[in-house]
Write a protein that binds this ligand. Sequence first.
Ligand code: UDP
Length: 476
Amino acid sequence: MNRELGQLHVYFLPMMAPGHMIPMIDIARKFANHGMRSTIVTTHLNAKPFSKTIERDRENGNEINITLFKFPCREAGLPEGCESLSSTTTSEMSLNFHKALGLIQEPVQKILQEGQPDCIVAGAYFWWANDIAVKLNIPKLSFYGTGFFPWCILHSLREHKPHENVRSDSEEFIIPGLPDAIKTSRRQIPNQIKDGDNHPMAEMITKVLNAEMSSYGLIVNSFYELEPTYAKHYKEVHGRKAWHIGPVSLFNKSYEDKTHRGKEATSSDHNCLSWLNSKKPNSVLFVCFGSMSLFTKAQLFEIAEGLEASGQQFIWAVRENAKDVPEEFERRMEGRGLIIKGWAPQVLILDHEAIGGFITHCGWNSLLEGVAAGVPMVTWPLSAEQFYNEKLVVEVLKTGIPVGAQEWTERTKDSEPIKGENIENAVVQLMLGEESETIRSRARKLGDMAKRAVEKGGSSDTELNSLLEEIRVYHL
Ligand code: UDP
């Protein structure tokens, strides 16, 4: 703590999953860049992918550190090394992982008490960080990695429970109390909401939401112009403080920062860029389903069929199950399609002028990174809050074409594959359809707004400065 010199110390506790870690690291780095002292509290394996980046920041004079604690794999019944939600492959592992998050309360509390920070920014599931903040008499900010639109839907469904008044899983109903008439059905709602108190994580989810409501406020990776009515709705209807400071991916300006964001890219980024450099503007589709998806061999086959039949050029990032991509397909697609087997430098790829479309699972980060790059999307939600995010893209922003996914599925359970024909149709409609140019031009405008938001004096830059000022004033 160095309050006399005006430098405040903020501790960041990112939830251990790439979709939460990546944006929170961006935020911690941005705080340090604005004169705060940032300390990221995490485990060895979670720190590894970004420790070089933090080292670089330190060499550039920013006050940013990593403090490590041991993840209780054995105590929670997890295999050694399973320190990220993305490493869990069964429902049992995922439940044990959440159990482990409860067990780290004590070691983290010790770190915080010794560090005496001036503020805590904690990720989803660290509901207990509120109590630590009360003891230390400091503000605790929540960061749950998603936007205002899905938050408003989640709160409405929990409060009004409209899904309990329908006769079938496919019957559509309007989600009550929102600025737009957004429809959904039971099929698209996460089990955690549908099952209510009977869900195995019900108690924890209630604690998480209570912690959100009783924390000092929420940091949101979004920008005002993206979802103005929902930003207002969240703050006014729920009476909560919230600061939209994103898209945080745009904090990464240098080639190095963009390339090493998240994990080390599998194929050399140079290969990927030189391949893209040989293509015309807006002529390549980027296909990536985030860090958590677990597709079956049958689904990968359908994706391959759909991409081939669409006649479009593409980069397809297939993570862990890359061995299941049909070999014949890879050979046939040489020159037309690049398959990245592992981690892709997503932000770098999306930023390239050759990218003309993005098939996305609608994870909030991917959605925002696609928006920031000004790229239209084929939306293919799978689980989490992704079906809500799809509605923002397709119905509110009108910058996407749905592939036709209807059924929310637990990520560790197999779902009925989306057929190649549906994928082909959505891709062709996005890249060549009558509406293609209109959708593209809307997406481009939105991308320009996103970039302006984080520039000096833009809506997100202003919010970030007022948040930092509020933390300073809290300690006067
Ligand atoms: N990502 C990436 N390369 C990949 C897969 C994912 O860089 O091959 C990044 C992506 O840019 C995003 C994050 O991982 O920042 C995934 O977060 P998102 O919210 O989109 O989805 P989740 O993984 O949480 O389902």
